[in-house]
Write a new protein. Structure first.
Length: 283
């Protein structure tokens, strides 16, 4: 995996020392999991209890419920109703976590946002989670790798798709999905007026376009862009393997099942939900 040496490391160390929540946002294959792991290491070294909220860890719980089994993945893509249900649950989970955990605890999360994956965390809402998510105690960090580093990360993802180093790597986005999600960002850039180019094979990953889209999406949140231009090794065998205790913020099967049923009732017309999910980048 990768991270820019020096500046990014120092910034992560500061965030891990003074923020209540650090949420890494962005496409798969941009280093989110690696940087979340490093932030967790810094927080643990500072004596802080570490709690994790990760899209790829939460999502399978929803898909495995009786209601969720009606919505299996299609070509590696999570169905809209699962994305919406998981996002609604995540907001409530953040609020419960903040109310229950001691002041020195830190929540380190991964929220792709693209394609409506935990996008609810980035949107204002009148609920108990908003004070934390919109306040100075929370930061959304967006790793933006250079073109060269993005290629290296994609190559690493290709290798890990063939040989897992940790059970949770089974849930990582497949290599073909990485391209599809970049196309989603490219289309968002066009619709937001950031770029006039349509998503197609001739529009490769562009760090500047990518950063601008995520800045726009996170316009009502405290956000920072982490420019990633150097590879850095890690002693961990996997970004999911920790040498110290961590606590997963997870739904129970019953909670996930009930949330899916609630979303089903709220969207009797599946096409309406499809349209909403497709506009994940809209305010």
């Amino acid at each position: 995996m990768s991270a820019q040496t020096g500046g990014v490391e120092a910034r992560l160390r500061r965030l891990a020392g003074d923020r209540r929540a650090i949420l890494f946002a962005g496409l798969p294959g941009t280093g989110k999991s690696f940087l979340a792991h490093r932030a967790a290491e810094f927080a643990h070294a500072a004596g802080r209890p570490v709690h994790l909220l990760q899209w790829d860890v939460v999502r399978p719980v929803f898909e495995a419920t009786p209601a969720g089994r009606r919505y299996p993945m299609r070509d590696g893509i999570t169905q809209p109703i699962i994305r919406r249900a998981a996002g609604i649950w995540a907001r409530a989970a953040v609020a419960r976590w903040d109310a229950a955990q001691p002041r020195d605890a830190v929540l380190i999360g991964e929220c792709p946002l693209v394609g409506h994956r935990f996008i609810e965390l980035a949107r204002p809402a009148a609920d108990d989670a908003e004070a934390l998510l919109a306040g100075a105690r929370c930061v959304f960090a967006v790793p933006v790798p250079s073109v060269e580093i993005r290629r290296a990360l994609e190559a690493d993802r290709n290798r890990r798709s063939l040989e897992w180093r940790h059970e949770r790597e089974r849930e990582d986005a497949l290599p073909a999905v990485l391209r599809a999600l970049w196309d989603d960002v490219a289309e968002a850039a066009r619709r937001l007026g950031i770029s006039e180019r349509r998503a197609d094979p001739s529009f490769p990953y562009d760090p500047d376009v990518y950063a601008k889209v995520y800045r726009r999406v996170l316009g009502r949140r405290g956000a920072c862009v982490l420019a990633i231009d150097r590879l850095m090794s890690s002693s961990a065998c996997s970004v999911y393997a920790f040498s110290f205790p961590t606590n997963d913020v997870m739904p129970t099967s019953a909670e996930a099942d009930e949330q899916i049923k609630t979303v089903e009732a709220a969207y009797p017309d599946p096409a309406a939900l499809d349209r909403e999910v497709a506009r994940w980048y809209a305010p």
